[in-house]
Design a protein around this ligand. Structure first.
Ligand code: UT7
Length: 328
């Protein structure tokens, strides 16, 4: 699916939450045949956060959503829709979105989870934006929340070094922007499903991945999807203020940035500290850029994700929120 609309729907606030516990590369290297040097060189990751045994995707998602809601100035009752992207939910059902909506007090909201693995946040954002565009909803909370540490095989050095836990959330509102271009590409190739899978119902309850195959897919699709969304939106890379890529591997991000001719200063990157937090990585990056004052109202953002499915998605919009209190 690809297209560009004129829209006034905008991202007005962002929040994030990560678990307290830090697991360094050296800690993993103390148990497995790997090293800090190998992990940094091959992935760019230095450490990741790991949830406590009684800390779940709904807990992290709630904290991120509460922060985004507080920063939006809206009341829980103003929220019409809660969409949570996750591939590591607390349970098959209920959805973490329903749990989060209840705990927030958003009792008039529709709530459901979105399953598109690491692309989930982009899928959920597009879904929420288009539901607002139709007039069915005015304000939506879009959350990406993961506790991947609970579904990682901690004896598999090819995967356990990559993933981390965390959550990010955005409030999306009608009429938040002057009419501007909202460009989208969402895709899926189910024939590649086994390349990245947690087959719980088939008896394997941990992440299994063909790392090289996913790497090749990711480097190709990031470049192609960004280019297609720019083309359909009638824009070029120079019109974009911030590229917000899914944080899977610094080599994937660097490859895409180079091929697209992006200024590295315009690419948001934080995987050194959090690893790959799947559906949470894009909103956590956005939150950091907002909190340190980089993200300004009217800045054009291009978010791009890829992951299990295999899925991919790009979304081009503008930041519609105010800066942090006290920022100039
Ligand atoms: O959100 C989307 C999901 N995932 C991704 O985007 C991941 C995409 N893939 C990757 O990031 C990379 O493929 C990895 C980081 C997973 C692996 O890096 P690579 O450069 O593709 O390594 P490789 O799989 O080709 O393995 C090279 C060697 C192998 O040893 P041999 O067969 O050459 O002797 C692996 O066994 O590196 C070995 N290896 C490791 N060595 C030390 C694999 N993992 C490790 C490790 N430490 N943690």
């Amino acid at each position: 699916m690809i297209g560009a609309l004129r829209s006034t729907v905008g991202l007005v606030s962002v929040g994030a939450a990560v678990p307290e516990r830090v697991v360094t590369n050296d800690e993993i290297a103390g148990r497995l045949d790997t090293s800090d040097a190998w992990i940094r060189e091959r992935t760019g990751i230095g450490e990741r956060r790991v949830a406590a045994p009684d800390e779940w995707a709904s807990d992290l998602g709630l904290a991120a959503a509460q922060q985004a809601l507080d920063r939006s100035g809206l009341a829980p009752a103003d929220i019409d829709l809660v969409l949570a992207a996750t591939c590591s939910p607390d349970a098959y059902f209920p959805s973490i979105a329903a749990t989060i909506a209840d705990r927030l007090g958003a009792h008039s909201a529709a709530a459901s989870d979105v399953s598109a693995a690491c692309t989930g946040f982009v899928y959920a954002l597009v879904s929420a934006a288009t539901q607002i565009q139709t007039g069915l909803a005015q304000h939506a909370l879009v959350i990406g929340s993961e506790t991947l540490s609970k579904i990682v095989d901690w004896d598999d050095r090819g995967t356990c070094i990559l993933f981390g836990d965390g959550a990010g959330a955005c409030v999306l509102s009608a009429g938040a922007l002057p009419e501007t271009v909202f460009g989208v590409e969402l895709g899926a190739d189910g024939s590649r499903g086994d390349d990245l899978i947690v087959g719980a119902l088939r008896g394997r309850n941990v992440i299994e991945m063909d790392g090289r195959a996913v790497f090749k897919f990711a480097t190709r699709v990031m470049v192609d999807s960004v280019q297609r969304v720019l083309d359909v939106s009638g824009l070029t890379v120079d019109d974009v203020d911030w590229f917000v890529p899914h944080q899977a591997n610094i080599r994937i991000i660097d490859h895409a940035a180079k091929r697209l001719g992006l200024d590295p200063a315009r690419v948001l990157v934080n995987l050194e500290r959090y690893g790959n937090t799947s559906a949470a990585s894009i909103p956590i990056c956005l939150e950091e850029a907002w909190a340190d004052g980089r993200l300004k109202r009217g800045d054009r953002l291009l978010m791009v994700g890829f992951g299990g499915g295999l899925t991919w998605g790009s979304c081009l919009t503008e930041w519609a929120g105010d800066g942090p209190k006290g920022a100039s």
